[in-house]
Ligand binder design. Sequence first.
Ligand SMILES: Nc1nc2c(ncn2[C@@H]2O[C@H](COP(=O)(O)OP(=O)(O)OP(=O)(O)O)[C@@H](O)[C@H]2O)c(=O)[nH]1
Length: 733
Amino acid sequence: MFSNLRKFGVNHKKIRILHINNMCCSKIKSSLKRLKPYVPLGRNYSSLPGLVGNDIKSLHSIISPPIAKIRNIGIMAHIDAGKTTTTERILYYSGYTRSLGDVDDGDTVTDFMAQERERGITIQSAAVTFDWKGYRVNLIDTPGHVDFTLEVERCLRVLDGAVAVFDASAGVEAQTLTVWRQADKHKIPRICFLNKMDKGGASFKYAVESIREKLKAKPLLLQLPLGEGKAFKGVVDVVSKEKLLWNRKSEDGKNFERKPLLEMSDAELLKETTEARNALIEQVADLDDEFADLVLGEFSENFDLLPAEKLQTAIHRVTLAQTAVPVLCGSALKNKGVQPLLDAITMYLPSPEERNYEFLERISRLLLPFADQHIEIPSLTAGNIALTVGLKHTATGDTIVSSKSSALAAARRAEREGEKKPRQNSEAERLLLAGVEIPEPVFFCTIEPPSVARQPDLDYALKCLQREDPSLKVKLDPDSGQTVLCGMGELHIEIIHDRIKREYGLETYLGPLQVAYRETILNAVHATDTLDRTLGDKRHLVTVELEVKPIETSSVTPVIKYAAGVSEDLLKVSQEAIENGIHSACLQGPLLGSPVQDVAITLQSLIIRPGTSTTMISACVSRCLQQALKKADKQVLEPLMNLEVTVTRDYLSPVLADLAQRRGTIQEIQTRQENKIVTGFVPLAEIMGYSTVLRTLTSGSATFALELSHYQAMNPQDQTTLLSRRSGLTQVL
Ligand SMILES: Nc1nc2c(ncn2[C@@H]2O[C@H](COP(=O)(O)OP(=O)(O)OP(=O)(O)O)[C@@H](O)[C@H]2O)c(=O)[nH]1
């Protein structure tokens, strides 16, 4: 499918997005052979941005637009809110594509992986670059499914702004909260797009309220909808007091009318819009002193005289400061409201220079991304997103710099700056990006190659996939010698399995999916151990005494302390070896061989014969700790998931009854139009294959979202059942 790409003879499977100014990279998948815009699945693509027809502008202005005219943005949302459909419309109206793609027909630009097209969901982020009214927009479409949270996170780190897409009939949903929090963490200015205004049950007011209540954000209503559900026909621009109506005859929504609201014909609507505009002005003035001075000075008597541009500039500042979020609405599927969204992206979201990036870098080989097409470019100015190929040793989350000396200089500056301002917006935060936070996998299963001879091929495939997706963990089962895949969910592991087949030509076999449990202890215990071994003519002798006890606060890694009696000199040499020993013992708990958490270890005494190797010290500490853990009262911890089920009233009872059987705890049942929203907790072990069960129970009408909440202690009965099952013994009742 990629063989039509014709220009560069590169055959790298992996290509990374490089955010030049941030010296950071994350990658997207593609296979690049030769470059020539091609037409996948019959789609009709126009020229690359700036290369309209034969009118070829100066290559420099096409490749490197002024930084103030660049917008690096992401689209984020709950699964199925309509990100991909909105992106398709954006690409069409900007002239990037010449026909409209449809998720349901599986021919969108950004969902270009085979699995994405088949399943109608976004799995990997895709980057596209297009121009809109003199602006260069680099846009990244991110996945909404919780299994691919890391993919969202790694994208957010390179963005200057984001559009949060909502289903207007559902408002803020479970995964919206997760991505919103991630965007908060990375301090990304946002605008909200209330999509699906055409859908039955769509409610502008309800969706805005849920933004206010659930996201604790201050919505700035820049538009009002003209009708809702089937009656939705356009929007009112509150800032300019105009109505935007989409021509019914224009099927693709390209043409729409923008008409000022008139007293004669739109008296009611004009009154409503004026009130909304006045409220907006007051709200922005509250958040922005410069605007407040302007409003109170020149325009206090009559807000109508305030020019739209002044209000827009202030909204831009407020959005950048993240003290409020502009809200727009529309229906991507019905082709309404997307062009004003594009205007808002360029008008309100910041350029890279407003985000205080200072670096300009050059890299030998750079490519501009157009989803799964790429064009090689000679250089790029700060603020752009590009791809580079052939990086063999980098992984998602790495920071790339042009040379060692520039890295050292940046680190020195960061250090100096860090001393001055320990926390706030330090140089370190701006120049060097910390690695992405990698969520702990909750599922695992064994994976086997078709034959022993293909094991190296499988190892290679997994190594490549892991560099791209650090939320995938691969380890070796010490007892069986089998390769074990650990992932974020059933779908995650399924997609990895499928990719190994499609991209690496390997038919692999997966063992049954198992839940990743943890272990802890319930009481403090002591242990002492001595390791005395002579290897050749060298005697290694270590004696360790330690205490391990449970701690209240949740900590995945063990807390390590040293008693006053442990000599400092001894510690200097052997501290690393001691800590390695502790960490390795905590990787495999005594109950299930699962990681041990929420424990503190105090090294009470340590005697080392001179000349003893550090490996022996580690081995002795590890063995001693394992003995202590075995002696303690032990507890299995199981992953507990946050569950949100959206179900119609008729099916509520069977869904609740089923959840009760799954050891679920219901927290709340809310009413949202015709639907009931059930939120609660359920152990992960009980929710495997839930999508099929829910579909059967509700005739396919319900949806659900799952997210890891925390690990909780299993009750004694369930723990006994689990342990007997794992040890292969049948339970005697
Ligand atoms: N009624 C209505 N349906 C829409 C609208 N936009 C998208 N849809 C439908 O909603 C479903 C999901 O759309 P997508 O664009 O794939 O949503 P997404 O957010 O990209 O989904 P993921 O990538 O899987 O997270 C598809 O069936 C779309 O046709 C809209 O404006 N109105």
